[in-house]
Design a protein around this ligand. Sequence first.
Ligand code: GDP
Ligand code: IMO
Ligand code: MG
Length: 437
Amino acid sequence: MLAALFRCAMPTTCVVGILWGDEGKGKVIDYLAADADFVVRFGGGHNAGHTLVLPDSLPTAGKIVLHLVPSGIVREHTVNIIGNGVVVDPLHLCREIAMVQERGIPVELGRNLLISERAHVILAAHRRQDAWGEQVRSSGRIGTTGRGIGPAYSDRCARVGLRMGDLIRPDNLRRALQGIAEQKNAWFGPVGLESIDVEQQFAELSEAGERLRAGIVDAGAVLRRARNDGRRILMEGAQGCLLDLEQGTYPFVTSSHASTGGSFSGTGLPPHAMRTIGIVKAYATRVGEGPFPTELHGEVGERLRKAGNEYGSTTGRPRRCGWFDTVAVRYSGAVSGADELVLTNLDVLQGFDTLRLAVAYRLPDGSLTEQFPAFDLERVEPVFEDLPGFTENLREVRRFEDLPANARAYVQAIEQRTGLQARTISVGPGRDQVIKR
Ligand code: GDP
Ligand code: IMO
Ligand code: MG
């Protein structure tokens, strides 16, 4: 009885990106998955790119970039779930599974990879709509990944979407496709978009459905049972709090609930005791359009991009780089309910004479604020605190006390300004390049 109570009280861990994505969630999930029975992705789609660098001691050593398959797949003991909050391009998923298998990592649908039957499907038509949407917005472009994410989520809201469970129900699939074609073809033609061919789509999606059939399940029920049995669940966020549809820098956001709130609606697990870990780089990056107060446009930004190899894991686009922003991190920390931070890429700051932390914003009227505004973010000027840099290479450091004094002071200043402890610090892309405090 007591043991059962203890197991129920054991917290689930939710990992979320704190800024605009690419904070190193993949690496951190891989690290934490050592102690997880289940890893569940709760939102986004193959707009995400999560990079893992597996140790040389493994036959699967080296870098792997996952877009849809949860990052726990590389750990033999974990069950990986694509939750109902994810939008799935079934053709992409088949290709990604094959890619992972070719790397020598076992993927068995129904055993270590499950897909929620409630997850919505991204159609080829959604990709066409995504590209068209960006084209007609011209100056207000979002800079999407072009994967059809926004249109798929829009159809979900409009209640005309297709779910993964429909792929293995031929009558449902045909009926739903006919309905979608009626709606979309009415305007696709007039704006010059290729219309939907129901028979072709039916054949393609049925085939993908057959390939994925063994993995398409009631994933929420699996997770609720697992939680009641005291199994350890790791929720894998995609994107970041500032790309969250509602809490982020709207309209320059993605179309899902990327912050912690999405972990409940996107998995079917009700709110419960949970530890939330916010991942943030030791500097800031952003891909795509939208305001970015601490962005560096000149030589220093270029140097950060080079040192951190800051190119998108999904689209290869150069990431915009800037200084650490404590105003934004404090906001995201509060919105996500982060209990602690994992600070990644500290090693990248080696050799910068001065490290800058934005500690407030100056508003257009000259006043100062420490609040993260919902409007006019592109018009604020960051106010910086400057700290001395460090010259040492941090990649082999494994204890906080062994970090150079200036690196320690930088981390402590971040902690003080954000009110969050960086209990884990990452000093390289590899699984073991971690300082645990
Ligand atoms: P995610 O989308 O949050 O999973 O992050 P991405 O994989 O898109 O981007 C993070 C990048 O930083 C990847 O290239 C990682 O291999 C790399 N990375 C993660 N942690 C560290 C670190 O501590 N130091 C360095 N130098 N690179 C890191
Ligand atoms: P991970 O999980 C960084 C950005 C796009 C664009 C905006 C909307 O790897 O951190 P979308 O295609 O989602 O409609 O694009 O969101 N974006 C990301 N940026 N990392 C990601 O994922 C992202 N997923 C979407 O660049 O600005
Ligand atoms: Mg990424």
